[in-house]
Write a protein that binds this ligand. Structure first.
Ligand SMILES: [Zn+2]
Length: 300
């Protein structure tokens, strides 16, 4: 019997065999091609299935959102071919007939992994935030994913920020994703005279004392701290785990984020709010999908 984990990201697919304790092993990944994404996905799944011992009995899928866990479809904004909706659960099921296939939002998978084996393993309740090209998230209460009606609970990137003025990829206006994702912070810095091109360079320039780079990170960090404090009050959590590539931007992002959160989280039940870096890095989402595949009592 073999369980598999699949992570459908914005630009790459990753899959692994799931060990009995829910850990992903023998992970493999491929870039998502511009056409025939399912062909690449099926090929990758067959490849890792061959490493496992015996027939595939369970597959845990974590996907970039939005997802529809009731219909078993995904419509990730970053994969044009699938953005109108792709029946991933059915497709995986026909690849491994008789298997149990479960789908969760990528941010929820990452949050579950941090709660079980990462930066939130000492608490039962946490909010996960993933800072990258967008801003993702997931909510774990009582040690289990809070999925919501269609699986999309935890989409913290689309809380409106007081700093937000521009149209978001979701169609709304002023979402915190338009202020504090890596590309959004870069766009603001460039509009104010900065010459660099990506979030990593922005962090490095802020460290080196470039004023506009530091200001861009301070603005992003402050906006993040505000929405994190709001979300903590909404969900009654005191642990927030922040991961993703842009979370590596250093103290120029983290200091204002922590300060803004402390300024806004004043209710007694969120006053102990702790915002900490994720521990599982790029493997967090695949680890969450593995815990789901292993069937370790993961959903509320
Ligand atoms: Zn939005």
């Amino acid at each position: 019997m073999t369980a598999l984990a699949l992570d459908v990201g914005g630009t790459k697919l990753a899959a692994a065999v799931v060990a009995d304790d829910g850990t992903p092993v023998e992970a493999r990944s491929v870039p998502i091609p511009s056409r025939e994404a399912w062909g690449a996905c099926a090929g990758l799944l067959r490849q890792v299935a061959e490493i496992g011992a015996g027939p595939v009995t369970a597959v845990g899928i974590a996907s970039a959102g939005p997802v529809d866990t009731v219909a078993g479809t995904i419509c990730p904004i970053n994969i044009p071919e699938w953005s109108a909706g792709f029946p991933l659960v059915e497709a995986v099921h026909s690849l491994f007939p008789g298997s149990r296939v479960d789908l969760v939002l990528d941010g929820a998978a990452a949050a579950l992994a941090e709660q079980r084996v990462g930066a939130g393993r000492d608490v039962a309740d946490l909010l996960g935030v993933v800072l990258g090209t967008g801003i993702g998230g997931g909510l774990v209460l009582g040690g289990r994913i809070v999925s919501g009606r269609t699986g999309n609970a935890g989409h913290i990137g689309h809380i409106v920020s007081p700093y937000g003025t521009t149209v978001c990829a979701c169609g709304g206006v002023g979402c915190v994703e338009t202020v504090a994702s890596g590309p959004s912070a870069v766009r603001w810095a460039r509009a104010h005279g900065w010459q660099g091109h990506d979030g990593a360079a922005l962090g490095a320039d802020a460290e080196a004392g470039v004023g506009v780079a530091a200001a861009a990170l301070e603005r992003a960090g402050t906006a993040l701290g505000q929405v994190i404090a709001s979300a903590a009050a909404l969900t009654d959590v005191t642990r927030v785990v922040v991961g993703g590539g842009f979370a590596q931007s250093g103290a120029h992002l983290w200091r204002p984020m922590l300060a803004a959160a402390a300024r806004h989280a004043r209710l007694r039940f969120v006053r102990d709010l702790r915002i900490v870096p994720a521990e599982l890095g790029a493997l967090g989402t695949l680890t969450g999908a593995s815990i789901v595949a292993a069937g370790h009592d993961w959903i509320n």
